[in-house]
Design a protein around this ligand. Structure first.
Ligand SMILES: NC(=O)c1ccc[n+]([C@@H]2O[C@H](COP(=O)([O-])OP(=O)(O)OC[C@H]3O[C@@H](n4cnc5c(N)ncnc54)[C@H](OP(=O)(O)O)[C@@H]3O)[C@@H](O)[C@H]2O)c1
Length: 360
């Protein structure tokens, strides 16, 4: 019987344990996957803690993101592009309860994992990557835009920032000081979050846009960080073309010249301070998106990131960018399945940049 992370009551990471679960077979349009990596997300912790209410019966499983090998294929299960799914295929995607040795997924929520994308990165890509794409569908940016990203060193923030950069926007991102070198190495201008944010951002935006990217710091190159930026992504002015599958609706024509030197768009990936800064800096609410500060977003009239962009086709596009070295999703730490509680503790208490991943 496969093992999975389970919990019998809501609470902190300590309620998690590992137990055996049914060896379920895939139904129509589904596949069974031997999980090799399962990325953790704040949403998983919010469900487990009861912060987000759920009627699901106990014991409950946890997780969503995964990458692994197809073990069985249900009737009619094909990839998003219509090609068949076969036993032995390497896939990545999303499925409820993915922090497990085996999971049943819908074919509509998986894509092939390219060989060049490490399994732990692929296994952490769906939620962070597709939420980032959704943010930029909600608030498209392009040349001439200056985007403020709140929480730029988190999973979503890192992807939003890099996609916006590659769409031609200037990106200012809030992060803990320990993550500033990483952001700089990715072409993102860092600033501390907290009091005085609007003033700091206004000063940065009105100054010269820095040219060039510095070498990635050691913190982005640990043993689990395998994605190096290629020479083509390191020039001072060079823009990296997006793969066709991720282009189009996330990019927009150049912002007007009058926008130079000021912030034109905001994406909140942590809390309301970036939204408040946006208001203070005169950014229209329809050029702001919130994925974390729901209450503040509603109060200020800021839209949530829409969900239509969460497709396996867009996931494949993100994987192509990672394979090409133009998108980096650092893995901050990885844990075996038996240490799932420690992994969630790390996710919920550390400020390490990037993803926490279970390797079952
Ligand atoms: N609505 C949706 O569909 C959706 C989807 C995905 C995620 N989310 C939500 O979006 C948020 C981010 O998700 P994630 O996966 O990117 O999380 P994550 O990887 O855990 O990153 C969270 C980031 O928040 C930053 N942070 C901590 N305290 C902060 C503060 N006071 N001000 C600004 N930033 C601060 C941290 O930055 P430092 O490490 O630099 O301190 C960290 O990088 C979570 O609340 C998550 O639940 C919503």
């Amino acid at each position: 019987m496969p093992r999975a992370a389970l919990y019998d009551r809501t609470g902190g990471p300590e309620v998690l344990y590992v137990g055996e679960v049914d060896d379920a077979q895939p139904g129509s349009g589904q596949l069974a996957v031997r999980v090799h990596a399962a990325g953790l997300n704040p949403f998983d912790g919010k469900l487990r803690s009861g912060f987000i209410p759920s009627e699901a019966p106990f014991p409950r499983r946890t997780g969503g993101d995964f990458a692994g090998t197809v073990e069985a294929v249900g009737e009619g299960a094909v990839f998003w592009d219509g090609t068949p799914i076969a036993v032995g295929d390497e896939v990545m995607g999303r499925a409820g309860g993915a922090v497990a040795e085996r999971v049943i997924a819908s074919a509509r929520e998986v894509a092939r994992r390219p060989d060049a994308v490490p399994v732990e990165v692929a296994g952490a890509l769906w939620v962070a990557g597709l939420t980032a794409v959704s943010c930029l569908v909600t608030v498209p940016v392009g040349a001439g835009d200056t985007l403020l990203v709140g929480g730029a060193a988190g999973g979503v923030g890192l992807v939003v920032s890099q996609l916006a950069r590659d769409a031609g926007a200037r990106v200012i991102g809030t992060a803990s000081p320990r993550n500033h070198d990483l952001l700089r190495s990715l072409g993102i201008e860092p600033t501390a979050y907290g009091e005085g944010l609007a003033e700091r951002v206004a000063t940065l935006a009105s100054g010269e846009k820095p040219t060039g990217r510095v070498a990635a710091p050691a913190s982005a190159q640990g043993p689990t960080e395998r994605v190096a930026a290629p020479a083509s992504a390191q020039g001072s002015t060079e823009r990296v073309a997006a793969p066709a599958s991720a282009q189009g609706s996330t990019e927009r024509v150049a912002a007007p010249a009058s926008a130079q030197g000021r912030v034109t768009a905001v994406v909140d990936c942590h809390g309301r301070d970036a939204l408040d800064a946006g208001i203070a800096l005169g950014v229209p609410v329809d050029r702001m998106a919130a994925i974390a500060a729901y209450a503040a977003g509603a109060e200020l009239g800021v839209q949530n990131a829409e969900r239509e962009a969460r497709t396996p086709e867009n996931l494949a596009g993100l994987a192509d960018r990672i394979a090409a070295g133009t998108l980096v999703l650092p893995v901050a730490a990885s844990f075996p399945l038996d240490e799932v509680a420690a992994a969630f503790t790390a996710l919920e208490s550390s400020h390490a940049p990037g993803k926490v991943v279970i390797l079952p």
